[in-house]
Design a protein around this ligand. Structure first.
Ligand SMILES: *[C@@H]1O[C@H](CO)[C@@H](O)[C@H](O)[C@H]1NC(C)=O
Ligand SMILES: *[C@@H]1O[C@H](CO)[C@@H](O)[C@H](O)[C@H]1NC(C)=O
Ligand SMILES: [Zn+2]
Length: 319
């Protein structure tokens, strides 16, 4: 082979390589088309591994760890840290400014929040959480993605504990008080209806506001993976079982407003969750706070009290 054709091959290889690692990964995997849906992901990256996510958390099988205390979140109440919202075609992603820090027992370092996104089904009637608790799924799941010691995401993928994800469940509940934060979030969805659209956020809601009154002392912890290809097995998961209750309209807004393509006539962005993966020989740990009866906060207002009671009863029943 002469040097000129070698040069050609190198150029071609570089082009192919660039195309493959480009930002638009949705050409190679998807959720709803059987040709590229989750059943086909086993051929991609680490998706056929043995510590994959999401999982069903069977609460009687969890291992109580009295050292797992309250998760500490610094800066999450600052609305100016939410920079922009983008429709990625596979989820809606919010970019976070520097300065949101997570520390907790069982985490080997301080982790910095980089972004958050959600997974959902087909509105309030069709749940779409990724994790399940005692074989039960929920309307939606919120993932806050952090990297260890403020590493870039690319570098974090090389560390077996490089990424920490905090997972929260949203549950559509009739007669729930409207949430200013979630109303504001869904108002912004209209500006990113099509894939690739991005809008700046205006400080009208914070991450802490979206989390509502979830008890940060009550959580499950396990080692798993990213739930999208390449399914890298680098994630320390912290899953909070207390539900964020939202009006059904909030959950319905996601699939009804968002398109998975650049055309409004394209398929809806919906059912963007990965099916359950097997636990294998892993153990899920339960935090210290899961062993004590949940006390009601004095700030719970009467109108929010009844649905909260129902959901607390539902969760307690599962434990
Ligand atoms: C996934 O791994 C299992 C066992 O390790 C193997 O039997 C199976 O063929 C693999 N599947 C693919 C698509 O690579
Ligand atoms: C964290 O990383 C980001 C992006 O590389 C950088 O802009 C920021 O200054 C870093 N923060 C700290 C506290 O080092
Ligand atoms: Zn996710």
């Amino acid at each position: 082979m002469n040097p000129a054709s070698v040069q050609h091959l190198i150029v071609l290889g570089t082009l192919l390589g660039a195309g493959f690692t480009g930002a638009d990964t949705t050409g190679s995997w998807c959720y709803e088309d059987p040709k590229c849906g989750p059943e086909t992901w086993v051929t991609l990256g680490h998706c056929n591994g043995t510590r994959q996510s999401p999982i069903n958390i069977v609460t009687p099988d969890t291992v109580h760890n009295p050292h797992l205390g309250v998760v500490s979140l610094a800066g999450y109440g600052d609305a100016r840290k939410l920079i922009s919202m983008e429709n990625k075609g596979t989820t809606v992603d919010v970019l976070l400014a520097d300065g949101l820090r997570l520390s907790a027992q069982g985490l080997p370092a301080i982790y910095t929040a980089k972004s958050f996104h959600l997974h959902w089904g087909q509105g309030a009637a069709q749940p779409g959480s990724e994790h399940f608790i005692n074989y039960q799924g929920f309307s939606m799941e919120l993932h806050i993605v952090h990297t260890k010691n403020n590493l870039s995401v690319a570098d974090a993928l090389k560390d077996p504990e490089g990424i920490a994800v905090l997972a929260f469940f949203l549950q559509a509940t009739a007669h729930t008080r409207p949430s200013h934060s979630w109303d504001s979030f869904t108002q912004h969805l209209k500006k990113v209806a099509l894939k690739g659209k991005k809008t700046d956020l205006d400080g009208s809601f914070s991450l802490r506001g979206l989390l509502g009154s979830v008890d940060l002392a009550r959580y499950y912890r396990y080692q798993g993976s990213l739930t999208t290809p390449n399914c890298d097995e680098v994630v320390v998961w912290t899953v909070f079982p207390d539900l964020i209750l939202v009006p059904p309209g909030v959950v319905d807004a996601f699939p009804s407003i968002l398109s998975s393509t650049k055309s409004d006539a394209g398929p809806r962005l919906q059912n963007n969750y990965r099916p359950l993966q097997s636990l294998g020989n892993r153990h899920v740990q339960a935090s210290a706070g899961l062993r004590v009866a949940r006390s009601f906060s004095s700030t719970v207002r009467p109108a929010a009290f009844i649905p909260l009671l129902i959901s607390t009863a539902a969760i307690a029943w599962h434990l």
